[in-house]
Structure formats: structure tokens, C-alpha cells
Design a protein around this ligand. Sequence first.
Ligand code: SAH
Length: 350
Amino acid sequence: MLELLNMTQAELGELLAAWRQPAFRKKQLFAWLHQGVPFEQMLNLPAALRERLRAEAVENAVSVLDTVSSAIDGTVKLLYRLQDGNVIEGVLMRYKHGNTLCLSTQVGCKMGCAFCASTLDGCVRNLTAGEMLGQVICANRLLGQGERVHNIVLMGSGEPLDNYENTTRFLRLLREPDGVNIGLRNVSLSTCGLVPQMIAFAGENLPVTLSVSLHAPSDAIRRTIMPIANRYAISEVLDACRIYIEKTGRRVIFEYALIRGVNAAPEHARALASLLRGMQCHVNLIPLNSVPERGLQGVNEREVAAFKAALEERHISVTRRREMGDDIEGACGQLRRKHIAAELNGLPEQ
Ligand code: SAH
């Protein structure tokens, strides 16, 4: 089946030309697809074309399998099914400044971070650009009339820069004025720090907010929780960030999950501050979402406050990330794992 959402308007035009359709049809079809409208309701297209589309293509290769809503803050966890039966997940957060959707970029992940649930079964496959966009379109449909997704964070399962071609294609499709039309100012891409891809990405003219999962003030500590730290030193990651800042004029965000006994002591805050001194950046402190399989523990509020104060004293811009959907399996990959486990055991999900 043809995955139309994966195509640019020009590529749709080539397909339709081969089907002997006039050139103006590509814009009509593109707009309908990005609105999430089924073929049979694309009423300005001739019936014969709609019929052929239904026989040879899919509108959206992603469908919503299940949703879980938080009773606390209206956050919705989404479980999606792909055409090949794989399952991925995402989160829709309702902030005052708009709706933010957290997207997955791969089925699973191969980066192996010690605190993360997404990587427990490795990476099954990359998502296509169409499957990333498909998640946005599903969320827009779920929000309904008059509401839509405003902000995108590539912080679900997967390492976006390990799926470079599809991720950059997705970002170009996302900002198409005839499509969902989300500007790249409203997009954050999070990476564990794949240095060559970060440098290449700086040259793509796709000025999203770059978030880097740092999680440690030294290579020695970082290597104990992030296998990628054996490949690239923090100094190389920071150099790649400086290139990104220079090329895009945007500050970089460093994500730092506080883990008891690993990276959360006052001396770690001091080391982090000297590492980042003078950089155009912001630190996002993330309370660790405990993943039972991982056996790592977060820290208490007092410790978060002390860590934050130590950075502030040294003039590092820092916030503590708000926890959303605390009652609905917050950590990436957890809901998907629960679904797979229930399916394997033939049990209903709880
Ligand atoms: N692969 C990318 C994006 C996906 S993870 C990356 O590594 O950045 C999005 C963010 O959630 C990353 O900062 C990641 O380190 C963090 N994260 C993963 N598991 C977590 C957990 N259990 N608690 C808190 N943050 C976690």
C-alpha cells in the first residue's frame, strides 16, 4: 500500500500525473490527507480517483489503539498501531500555552540508556516520516473541532538522529502551509548526543529547539548510565551544540534526570555549572520516572531544589520540568511494554 503521508506535495504530484490527474489535484489531496480525512470524504476529488486511492493507498498508516487520560491534568497517553502490527506510544499534554504532543521516532530504541524503558527490547525499526506525521494527525483528530496540536516534542520512544533521513523529512512536511503547518519554533528535538548527526543537522536549516540528554557532569558518570558516552565525549557533544547555536541562533536545552547516588549530589551540580559556563543554554531538571525494570531511584523535592539552587548561584538558567500525567505510566515506553506483555500473556490490560 502506498503511504501517501510520507510524500511531499511534489511527490504526490508525480504520482497523480502518472495516474493522468490534473496538476491542481495534488494540493487538494495533500490538504485532505493532512487533515486526516478518509478517501471517501475527499469530496472535491472524482469518485474514480477516490476509488483508486482506496485500493492502492492508506490515508494514515497510524491508528489510535487506545488512550489513557490523566485524572489530574488532562494529559492523554496514546497507544498507536502501525500497519505491520507494531505498537508505539505518545503523550498529549494540555498546557495553558497550547497542546503539546510527544512523538515517537522509532519502534523501541537501541541506545541502551540505563534509566529508560524504551530501550529494554532494543530497536525494532525506524518510523517513516509519514508515521511521525500520522501521530500528529491522529492527535488533531482526537482533539476535535477548533482544537489542534501546537507544539511537538520528539521525546517519545526512539533516537530521532539515529533515524536521520525520516526525521528531517518529517520536519519539512510538518511546516508545509497546506499541511498541519506547525512552525519549527514550536518543535523540540531531543537527542542522546550523536555528534556527527548533530553537526549535520545544524546545517539542515531546520531550526528546531535542540535538547540534549546530558544527565551527567563527567564522562565517567555518563558512561555508567548512557552507552553512547563510550562513543562521544561530553566535550565533543558540547562542541556540536556550539555549532548548532552558532548556525541557528537558538539556545540549546540540556536535559538532566536526577538519579540518587549517581548524578544528583551538590558536587555534581557544581561540576555541571563549570562545564556549561558561558554557553547559551538552559538546563531542564527532570525528576526520574522510576522504571521498575531498571532499579534506579529519583531524588526528593529538597534535593531537586538544592541542585537547582546550586546551578542558579552559578548563573546557569535552569527549570525543573513539570510532571504531567503522573498517574498514567509517564515514562517513555512503559505503556507499550505493558500492552505487549498483556498481548503475549493473552491477558486484558489493566
Ligand atoms: N532518544 C532521545 C529522545 C527520547 S527520550 C534522547 O535520548 O534524548 C526523551 C527524554 O526522556 C530524554 O532526555 C531521556 O533521557 C529522558 N528519559 C528517558 N527515560 C526517563 C526516565 N525514566 N525518567 C526521566 N527521564 C527519562
